[in-house]
Each structure stands twice: as structure tokens, then as C-alpha cells.
Design a protein. Structure first.
Length: 307
């Protein structure tokens, strides 16, 4: 696997960016408020909802993150707050859509070239980022992941619904995103990304979609618009992602993961369809019309503005 790791680490990334030490606390981002021309503090976002006017474009996250406990311990948590200092959930309260059509927010849980297996705690209040725990010990990958990894907020892979094409049900988590850009994105960052394609990973019988995307701040973002562009510019990336996720659990004695659609990566249109379906499933979850086991959802009674 050494040659594969070398190829993957260098794929599509000019000069490698040094990884930020994980123990460093992220500095909060400050939201600067500006008055609208009409003297109203509100503007319309891409979904037609009223959004407070700030220097941050509508639909983008302008809150802060705070850490609790030491990284690498079961007590570590990264909490999210909105621009007013109110605790929020990165899964439920950060918007999926940005103001730019086709560009979505991704919440980064695991920076590239790191090993701690961090994830949004779906069963805890406000869903902070924590390190996954197995048998009382924090979990680490056996080798670094070569891409930034996270989730799309306001999505859910419903374990009650069988996918008609793969015959598998969802894995009960938000939809995963693999961001392939050259920069190391800090844990807890909320990044506008462009979906390029998707892999249908099947993990112990559950469907676990992996959306392949690129940060809009990456130098290649203006050149990559679909899977065919990615294959032409960075031909090793798709196979690298597929094989990394196929093999990564085997050191623990688990079987290889498999992939639907004869291992093929599917184009951007399919990725957008997967995300759209998962958004509808998440909405049903929040409204309490879908069954679940122990997820923290802050159930709402009606579809409200800003949900």
C-alpha cells in the first residue's frame, strides 16, 4: 500500500500544505454586521427566506466553534454557536444550501493527512464533533486519510428506506463528503463546495454514499465541474478514494467494503439527486415522521422559515 499512499497523497495537490496540529484551538470567526440600503437588517437568501444582513454571503455559516476537553480523549467536544452566541447543531442548524446555485455547505470533521476518527455526535445535544469511541477507547484510522472528510448538514440517510438501485438501506447518518482540494481544511470549518460525483459504498449491508466534492476556494474549482473533468485532470483521485474506503477497516479484522453500480463513480447529477433525497429524509426526521433510535433532532412541529 506504500506506493498507493504516495500516489494518493500527491494526487491533484501541487505543493503539499502542512497539516495544522490538531491540538490547536480554532480561533472564532467574527461576524461583521452591515446595514442594508433600505435600513432593514434583513435580506433574502437563495431560498427566499429572511436572513440577517452580514458581510458573510447569505446561506453561509458566520458563527464560531469552541473546544472542550483535550483532543485524543473521550471528553473532547467541538461545539458550534451562531453569530449571536447561541449553541447550534452543525447537523441541523447550518444550512445545506448556499446563495450560489449548486454550491453546498460542507462541515469538515477530519482534516486531510490526519488519523483521529472525528464525527458529529448524532445522539448528543446540539451534535458536537467528537472522536469516535469503540470499547471505551478513542478510534484512529490505521493510516492518514488523504482528503478532507465531513458531512453535508441537513441530510440524513434513512435506515427505514431501501434504495431501489442497490437494495440497501441508509446508514442512519448525514451524507458524507470527501473534499479533494489541495488545502488542509480545519476541523469544524464550514466550507462551500461543489459536488462532482458520488460513490455508493456498502458497509456491512448499509448504504453509505460518499459525495466527491471540491472547495470553491481551491485553484481547480473553476476547472472541475463534473466527474469527467476530475478524471481528466486528476485521474488517480476517484480510484484512490474508492480503494481507501474499501480497505480501511480490514486492519480491524473486518471484511472489505463493497460498492454499488459495479464499483463505478456516478456523475454530478446523481450526486445532487442523492443529496436532494437525503435532504427530504432529514426534513421528515426533524418533523418526527420518520422512526429513529436515539438521534438528537430537536424535533420541530412545523416546517418553519430557516429550517
Amino acid at each position: 500500500m506504500a506506493s498507493l499512499a504516495t500516489t494518493l497523497a500527491m494526487a491533484c495537490s501541487g505543493t503539499r500544505v502542512a497539516c495544522r496540529p490538531l491540538g490547536r484551538r480554532l480561533l472564532p470567526q467574527t461576524a461583521f454586521f452591515s446595514a442594508a440600503a433600505s435600513n432593514s437588517p434583513y435580506v433574502k437568501d437563495a431560498q427566499g427566506s429572511n436572513t440577517l444582513a452580514t458581510s458573510t454571503p447569505a446561506g453561509m455559516f458566520d458563527g464560531t466553534v469552541e473546544t472542550q476537553g483535550e483532543l485524543g480523549t473521550p471528553e473532547f467536544r467541538m461545539h458550534f454557536k451562531n453569530s449571536f452566541g447561541k449553541p447550534i447543531s452543525p447537523w441541523h442548524d447550518i444550512r445545506l444550501q448556499t446563495a450560489q446555485y449548486g454550491i453546498l455547505n460542507a462541515v469538515i470533521e477530519i482534516p486531510k493527512m490526519t488519523k483521529p476518527k472525528m464525527e458529529v455526535a448524532t445522539k448528543e445535544e446540539n451534535n458536537p464533533i467528537a472522536q469516535d469511541i469503540k470499547k471505551g477507547k478513542v478510534r484512529n484510522y490505521h493510516g492518514p486519510i488523504f482528503w478532507n472528510y465531513g458531512l453535508f448538514p441537513q441530510t440524513w440517510e434513512d435506515p427505514n428506506v431501501e434504495d431501489p438501485e442497490t437494495g440497501c438501506k441508509g446508514d442512519n447518518d448525514p451524507v458524507d463528503v470527501v473534499e479533494i482540494g489541495s488545502a488542509v481544511l480545519p476541523m469544524g470549518s464550514v466550507v462551500p463546495v461543489k459536488p462532482l460525483g458520488v460513490l455508493a459504498m456498502i458497509d456491512e449491508g448499509e448504504l453509505d454514499w460518499k459525495i466527491i466534492a471540491i472547495s470553491m476556494a481551491d485553484p481547480l474549482a473553476n476547472e472541475l465541474h463534473d466527474l469527467e473533468h476530475l478524471e481528466a485532470k486528476c485521474p488517480e483521485v476517484i480510484s484512490g478514494i474508492r480503494e481507501w474506503f474499501r480497505w480501511y477497516k480490514t486492519p480491524d479484522g473486518k471484511p472489505l467494503n463493497s460498492f454499488g453500480f459495479e464499483d463505478r463513480a456516478l456523475p454530478r447529477a446523481k450526486a445532487n439527486e442523492v443529496i436532494s433525497v437525503a435532504f427530504d429524509h432529514w426534513r421528515n426526521l426533524r418533523l418526527g415522521t420518520s422512526q429513529h433510535k436515539g438521534l438528537w433532532t430537536q424535533k420541530v412541529s412545523a416546517w418553519t422559515d430557516g429550517l
